[in-house]
Design a protein around this ligand. Structure first.
Ligand SMILES: [Zn+2]
Length: 174
């Protein structure tokens, strides 16, 4: 305060003098007091200070925005924090990949009905009206929060092996 400039948001909240080399000052300007308040609430000012001191200066701005994001997520969701957002998005990814696999399987079925492969017997075509993929799996993935990643991984590997190997896929139906 002695120099005439206002203290940074951190020093203002902690009611201390904002030194010239204040570690918070570049990242917590006085016009955004909430940014420091929430980080202080979740991590504690001294922990934030220690974390910033351990980092090279060029990485500190990224670390601060990460801490602010995590603190906001932790306040919104005290149990899962930003893991809640990650799991939600992973769920969405696996559901969309399943929809994509179903759509690709349907496209393949339609293509095979329109352009029958000459070497295949025609009776094979009649057994294809039922898709091997079932959308009933999507609910269990949705509910099974903890196994999400595992299901996602197993689904991704199984769908890619089916979709990338049409010969294998045909052999399933013979
Ligand atoms: Zn300061």
């Amino acid at each position: 305060m002695g120099t005439g400039s206002s203290p940074c948001a951190s020093c203002k909240l902690l009611r201390r003098r904002c030194a010239k080399d204040c570690i918070f000052a570049p990242y917590f300007p006085p016009d955004d007091p909430h940014k420091f308040a929430i980080v202080h609430k979740v991590f504690g000012a001294s922990n934030v200070s220690k974390m910033l001191q351990e980092l090279p200066i060029q990485q500190r701005a990224d670390a601060v925005s990460s801490l602010v994001y995590e603190a906001n997520a932790r306040v919104r969701d005290p149990v899962y924090g930003c893991v809640g957002a990650i799991s939600f998005l992973q769920n969405q990814v696996s559901q969309l990949q399943m929809q994509l696999a179903v759509a690709q399987a349907e496209i393949l079925c339609i293509q095979m009905q329109q352009e029958p492969v000459p070497s295949l017997p025609t009776t094979l075509m009649e057994s294809e009206d039922k898709s091997p993929f079932s959308t009933s799996n999507s609910n269990s993935i949705n509910n099974n929060f903890n196994n999400n990643l595992q299901q996602y991984l197993s689904f991704a590997s199984s769908s890619s092996s089916i979709m990338q190997d049409p010969v294998k896929r045909e052999s399933l139906w013979t």
